[in-house]
Design a protein around this ligand. Sequence first.
Ligand SMILES: Cc1cc2nc3c(=O)[nH]c(=O)nc-3n(C[C@H](O)[C@H](O)[C@H](O)COP(=O)(O)OP(=O)(O)OC[C@H]3O[C@@H](n4cnc5c(N)ncnc54)[C@H](O)[C@@H]3O)c2cc1C
Length: 445
Amino acid sequence: MDTKHYDVVIIGAGVGGVSTAISAARHGAKTLLIEAGACPGGMGTAGLVPFFVPFSYKPEPIVGELMREIHQRLIDLGGSNDASWATVDAELFKYLCDEMMEEAGVTVKYLTTLREVSRTGRRIESISVCDRSLKSSYSADNFIDATGDAALAYMTGIPVKCGDKDRQMQAGSVCFVAAGIKPELLEDTPELHESHSDISYLTNEMRKWCKEWEASGELKNSKEFEFHIAGASIDMKRGILRCNFGHFYGFDFTNGDHLSYILREGRKKVVEFVDCMKRNIPAMRDAIVLATPSLPDVRESRRIVGKYVLEDNAFWNGERHEDDIAIADYMIDLHALTLEESIRGGNAITEELLDTSINKFYGVPFSIMLTNEVDNLGVVGRCVSASRGMLGALRVMPIVIAMGQALGTAAALSNPVANVNIPELQKILLQEGAILDYAGTPRKC
Ligand SMILES: Cc1cc2nc3c(=O)[nH]c(=O)nc-3n(C[C@H](O)[C@H](O)[C@H](O)COP(=O)(O)OP(=O)(O)OC[C@H]3O[C@@H](n4cnc5c(N)ncnc54)[C@H](O)[C@@H]3O)c2cc1C
């Protein structure tokens, strides 16, 4: 079997992998991105996650240039807006990721799954993957784990943690898109018409509907599934509903049988819920399910125990670090572990959390993306080295994209990536529009 060589090989094409690939290629690295699914974007496309979280709780955004570029280009395509929870049109987001990677010169292989890792001491030598026709093998100066599940790191023998001490993980979901809604028949409120993307109005309405239908027996929560609305918005012009829906409790999101079950069961629950809306809400009478996720909506699975572990205090105390590559203020956002916890209010955003997001910000250090065992491996996205709580903050798309911008740049600059010169990296990131400090200076998207 031939082994092809690249400067940087990335496994996983979620927003973490895509942003790393674009940045590595823009800095001259011959870059290969390998993805098990059929499209780029991960949770943001195949998972149908409908929004980017706010780009900050300050008066102005504190996200770096790559996120701003992605957002602006998605708006230009008609696939997002400038609301604080900016909507994400999954199809246009896939199109944009493909386009940006093509422009940068990234080689992309879809429908290709990581199979084996060959490691010698502190280096990954090569990996083998499986696509539809045969097994291929790739060597690289640097490898990046952007699988969300730390799959590459785990296979390389890097220590990982999974969920809480009892291996319980945050609830998973089943985001969906429905069409055929007649927004003019919804209650005529200024909130809906002025800002159809202000998610709070529709989210609150839909939560009330859920409560009513639970009381009438039309919907029934169980130990394993709750009819929960985490967020919903409606495109007033096109009558399209995007919904972050449902909670699956008690599953192991690294277990293939569990994932297959929640995909199947999730599709059933979406149809059941949309049918209920059609029967009860005049504006929804002609609603039709347009899309359910082709990738399970997983909030939490494995995370590495890396060179540095970012703990919850980073959020509460507004910690800064010498090797910060971004700043952020998104809060510790942990969905409930069980239905009982959810009923006790376990998903609510407390005033304390919101106040801290408004008044403080924390640094995102580069060393949470490195390991103690292997020098040419970087890890990005929903599996970096952090406490459960802190990962609940870092896992959101704008922060993941900021991490990808830094890791891709570092992987192109340095072989191995662990030896990157941090002040030099920070200088380049600043020149390219990253934000490493905040002093209240207005800076608009
Ligand atoms: C229900 C839900 C709601 C959310 N809401 C928001 C929100 O409103 N706003 C926000 O900003 N964020 C939100 N998030 C968080 C955010 O969407 C994700 O955490 C983030 O997109 C993760 O990006 P990632 O690139 O790290 O991982 P992923 O998006 O999970 O991408 C990982 C990719 O790796 C691929 N892969 C995995 N294993 C292999 C393998 N062995 N070989 C090849 N490929 C592999 C997968 O197919 C996938 O495409 C939400 C998440 C969920 C689940």
